[in-house]
Design a protein around this ligand. Structure first.
Ligand code: BYC
Length: 331
């Protein structure tokens, strides 16, 4: 049994009531507070999936670092990919406050027992994809993640504040890349449009299945982990990107997309949920490649982890010796 599958623990007297009161008041649950097992399990599941998405998400963009069209674009892209690694670290650290180690979570990812975002199983075929990922993928991420800054679990909410600031910058750089391409030569415009055509629908899938099929939404919303449902956030995203696409001079590949005066929102066509399910089952265009690459990178980094542990152990022994010496000196 792993620490992600801990047996149920009885609540100390009054703990459940205190927990419920914190949630009802919109306050924060902190690591040392008592919490129900299903609250902890849901957080571990979601934060781990989120962390895995950040580090797997480095791959499609890193694919273009060596081929970025200028030194400036290369420097910005390297910084963005490094930011994603940092987001992974904040999130694995947040998960650690729930009593589950990073090594264990990485094992679950590598064994295919924990998910990462469907979006990163699509290939980056052109330079325009770097712009589109910034605009649509980071745009969807921000739409989903800004409400998570108000998540009921303190360490996750605080990690999200910093992540969202960095994601906003990512989104702007993606929009700017696409703006330059869309206003460039006819070939550049066509490359930008072709890229948006490929990424638009998968970006809508990032918000998860429709509410009626979302296994966890109701409980997560009751616990103040999720603040809005999958469909609410998907709608918010579509409403945001339609005018942005106009500003870019690009079209979104949905003939049913139109403003609905009565609803005060854009209507949009049906998402291909069969494709989403296939990607989640491991049958997307790049699932195998992404996991194989991650496993290889992890194995190749073993010596770094061993060296860091040896260094930390040496420092701890020295600190211990100095402590003993100072105690001896004081005596
Ligand atoms: N992809 O009951 P539901 C980023 C799973 S990183 C894969 O609605 P929930 C970025 C779901 O896990 C983007 N799986 O679930 C990084 C569940 O499966 P399990 C990642 C998905 O948790 C680098 C099942 O389907 N962001 O933006 O209530 C560069 C049923 O779904 C997906 C986050 O992780 C999906 N798209 O809601 C650039 C944000 N959707 O666990 C950008 C935090 C659903 O029962 N996460 N599933 O096996 C969340 O907000 C929620 O977990 C979700 C899903 C909205 C994603």
């Amino acid at each position: 049994m792993t620490s992600t599958e801990t047996p149920p623990r009885a609540a100390p007297e009054g703990a459940r009531e205190r927990f419920d009161a914190v949630i009802a008041a919109g306050e924060r649950v902190e690591p040392r507070d008592w919490m129900p097992d299903d609250y902890r399990a849901t957080l571990v599941r979601q934060i781990a999936q989120h962390a895995h998405s950040e580090i797997i998400g480095m791959q499609p963009e890193a694919n273009w670092i060596t081929r970025a069209p200028s030194l400036k674009r290369k420097a910005v892209l390297i910084a963005k990919v490094q930011d994603e690694a940092g987001h992974g670290l904040y999130l694995y650290s947040a998960a650690e406050t729930l009593g589950v180690g990073r090594a264990e979570l990485l094992d679950l990812l590598h064994e295919g027992r924990q998910k990462y975002s469907s979006i990163f199983n699509y290939p980056t075929l052109s330079w325009a994809d770097v712009g589109t990922i910034g605009w649509l993928v980071d745009g969807a991420a921000i739409t989903n993640q800004v409400p998570l800054c108000r998540c009921s679990y303190g360490p996750y909410a605080r990690a999200m504040v910093r992540i969202c600031k960095e994601e906003s910058f990512h989104q702007r750089q993606g929009f700017e890349i696409l703006h330059v391409l869309a206003h460039g030569t006819p070939e550049q415009h066509a490359m930008a449009q072709e890229s948006v055509n490929r990424w638009y629908w998968p970006s809508l899938m990032m918000f998860g299945p429709p509410d009626a099929e979302s296994a966890h939404s109701e409980q997560s919303m009751a616990y103040g982990i999720k603040r809005f449902s999958n469909d609410e956030l998907r709608q918010r995203f579509v409403d945001m990107i339609v005018p942005q696409a106009d500003a870019l001079g690009l079209t979104l590949p949905d003939p049913e997309l139109r403003w609905n005066d009565e609803r005060g929102h854009y209507d949009f066509g049906p998402v291909d949920w069969a494709e989403f399910k296939q990607v989640l089952k491991g049958n997307g265009p790049c699932n195998r490649q992404r996991l194989a690459h991650r496993r290889e990178a992890h194995a190749a980094g073993a010596w770094v982890r061993e060296a860091a542990q040896a260094h930390a152990a040496k420092r701890a022994r020295r600190a211990e010796r100095e402590h003993r010496a100072s105690e001896g000196g004081a005596a």
